[in-house]
Design a protein around this ligand. Structure first.
Ligand SMILES: O=C1O[C@H](COP(=O)(O)O)[C@@H](O)[C@H](O)[C@H]1O
Length: 236
């Protein structure tokens, strides 16, 4: 059974600092125990700020012994600034000694699979049975990765990666890990800021149906950690 922890911070900067500290703790502990770690990154405002924070304060993370995945990405050309992968590279990955063979990006639309369903199937083949950490942002209606309320993607129970072709938030075509894939993570960490997300935070932590509030289904196999600023925690 997962243990859920909620921590509150003054502002988004403090949330990013806390998320970076959790990343360091989980990764360093896994590397000490098993020699390497596997993490899933997210896009979004705090998600990318967390990576920038890690660039400034990497601590004892051994970047070469780290497998890096993404929870979702936009199915646009690889050089498009909307790509979560590109934003992560600019914020962190271009500045630390990651092993390029262990950086597992979701294919872009100008990559080897022109069809997003094929890109999703190919990505599913790359995923391990277990991640140490899955970082997540959350949208105001409770979406995580590209799992939006009342969609086939959030209802998926068998596949670990699916294509989304009608995302209500642009760009419309995306590839996303599903709730079963998120639950392969030992630790799931959701970073959420802003009053516009306070209702969805309260609903998710209160046990809403994930079809209504996808973040409610985002639980780690051992722990789920919510890092909130004061505004996002306003309805708890
Ligand atoms: O569309 C997306 O949005 C979520 C949340 O982003 P935020 O800027 O509101 O925090 C993000 O986690 C996801 O990766 C992204 O594709």
């Amino acid at each position: 059974m997962t243990e859920t922890t909620v921590r509150r911070f003054a502002d988004p900067d403090e949330v990013a600092v806390a998320a970076a500290a959790l990343f360091r703790n989980v990764v360093v502990a896994a590397q000490r125990a098993r020699g390497s770690a596997a993490v899933v990154l997210t896009g979004g405002g705090v998600g990318i700020a967390t990576l920038a924070q890690l660039r400034d304060e990497p601590g004892e993370v051994d970047w070469r012994q780290l497998d890096i995945y993404w929870g979702d990405d936009r199915f646009v050309p690889g050089a498009d600034p909307d790509r979560n992968e590109l934003q992560a590279r600019h914020a962190l990955l271009d500045h630390v000694s990651v092993d390029p063979a262990r950086v597992h990006a979701i294919s872009a639309s100008d990559g080897p699979q022109p069809d997003p369903a094929d890109a999703a199937a190919a990505y599913a083949q790359l995923l391990p049975d277990r991640f140490d950490l899955h970082l997540l942002g959350m949208g105001p209606e409770g979406h995580v990765n590209s799992l939006f309320p009342h969609t086939d993607a959030v209802r998926e129970t068998a596949l670990s990666v699916v294509a989304v072709t009608d995302s209500p938030k642009p760009p419309p075509i995306r590839v996303t890990l599903t709730i079963p894939a998120i639950r392969r993570a030992h630790t799931v960490c959701l970073t959420v800021t802003g009053a516009a997300k306070a209702d969805a935070v309260a609903a998710a932590i209160g046990g809403a149906d994930p079809v209504d509030v996808p973040a409610a289904g985002a639980q780690g196999s051992a722990e789920t950690v919510w890092l909130l600023d004061r505004s996002a925690a306003g309805r708890l």
